[in-house]
Design a protein around this ligand. Sequence first.
Ligand SMILES: NC(=O)c1ccc[n+]([C@@H]2O[C@H](COP(=O)([O-])OP(=O)(O)OC[C@H]3O[C@@H](n4cnc5c(N)ncnc54)[C@H](O)[C@@H]3O)[C@@H](O)[C@H]2O)c1
Ligand SMILES: [Zn+2]
Length: 383
Amino acid sequence: MAPSKAETPQETIHVELGARSYDILIRRGLLKDIGAELTRLRCAGKVGVVTDRNLAGHYLKPVTRVLKAAGYTVVPIVLPPGERTKTLRAISTVMDALVNARFERSSTLLALGGGVIGDITGFAAAIYQRGISFVQVPTSLVAQVDSSVGGKTGVDHPKGKNLIGAFNQPRAVFIDPATLRTLPPREWVAGLAEVIKYGVIEDQAFFEYLEQHMGPILKLDDAPVAHIVKRSCEIKAQVVSEDEREADRRRILNFGHTIGHALESLGGYRGLIHGEAVAVGMVYEADLARHLGHCDQDVVTRVRSLVEAAGLPARLPNVTFSALWNAMQQDKKVSAGTVYCVVPDRIGSVRVVPLAKAQTRAWFEAVRVREAGFRTVKKKQSR
Ligand SMILES: NC(=O)c1ccc[n+]([C@@H]2O[C@H](COP(=O)([O-])OP(=O)(O)OC[C@H]3O[C@@H](n4cnc5c(N)ncnc54)[C@H](O)[C@@H]3O)[C@@H](O)[C@H]2O)c1
Ligand SMILES: [Zn+2]
C-alpha cells in the first residue's frame, strides 16, 4: 500500500440522481477502511475485486486483507493493464469468474484501478444476472476526477472507443488520493488535462487556483492534490446530476474532446494518450472559438499557458484537415452528421455549437499558416 501519510479529513460529495444517488468519499488512507465502508452500504457476501496487474502488485493484498477482516469472501479478478483490455473479451473473463465463484444478485463488484478497470467493472456489474451492485475505488487521476463518477460504463469495439456499454451508477465511489503516489508520472500529468477542463467549462476561480498552484500540484503536495480531486468531482457530480444521460448539459464535459478524440484515433491509440490528446484539443478548440468570435485571445493564451505549465502537449501534430475532419465525424457525439464542439466564451463558461466544415477548414488553414510562420521565425532566431 502507498506510504501512509497523515490522514486528512474526509470529504463527502453527494451525486443526486434520485433512486440512483450515491456519495463520493475522498480521504487519504480510505483504502484501509474499505471493508467497513462496504458494511455500512449493507453489501453482503461475496466481493469480486476487479483490478489490473499493475495495481495488483501495489494494492490487491492489503485490500483483500481488509475486506476479509470485514467478513467478505473475496474473489480477485486480475486483468492485463491498458486500453487494449477494454474489450468484450475482458467482460467474458469477468463473467466466467463470477459464474465459477457462484456470485449471486446480492454480491458486489469492486473496481480497483484506473478508468479501464472502472469502465469494465461497471459494465460487467450491469449485465451479470441483469445487474449487481458495484463500487468504484479509482486509483488513477483520470479515474478519480472523471471516469469513476457519472455512470458511463462499457468497452471498446475494434471500430471505435466505448461503443458497447451501459449507464450504470455505482453504489459509492471511494477515493484515496494516496494511491496517486504510485501512478506513473505520464499518467498523472495526463489526468491534469481533465482537471484543467473543469476550470474552463465551469469555474473561473478554480482555473485561477490551478494557474497559481501548478508547482505544488506537480510535486504531489497533499493539500492541493486533495483540493483538485474534490473540486473536479464536485463539478462532474453537479453536471451529471443535471443531465445523467447526456441529453444536453453533460455535453459540456466534452470540451477538448472533439479534436482530442480525433487526434487520439488518428494516432491509432498509440501516439498521444487520452489526457494528452484532450490537452491539445482544449488549446485548439479555444483557438477555434476565438476564430468563430465566441471568445477573445486572452482565453486561448491562458488555456495554452496552463496546459504547458502542467507539462502537457499544446501543439497540433502534423495532420491534414481532411484526416482531422473525418476523424471528428467518427466520434459518437456526432448527431445526424453534424459535428458539435464545446467552445468557451470566457474562462468558466462554455456553450455547445455545431461546426460548419468550411469555417473549420478556414480556421485550420489559418492555424497552419500562423504556425509555419512561427516555426520559421524560431528557426532563424536559433541560428
Ligand atoms: N466512464 C467515463 O465517464 C470515462 C471518463 C473518462 C475516461 N474514461 C475511460 O478511462 C480510460 C482511461 O483511464 P485511465 O487513464 O485511468 O487509464 P488506465 O485505467 O489504463 O490506467 C492508466 C495506467 O495507470 C496504471 N495505474 C492506474 N492507477 C495506478 C496507481 N495508483 N499506481 C500505479 N499504476 C496505476 C494502470 O495500470 C494503467 O497502466 C479510458 O478507457 C477512457 O475511455 C471513462
Ligand atoms: Zn476525457
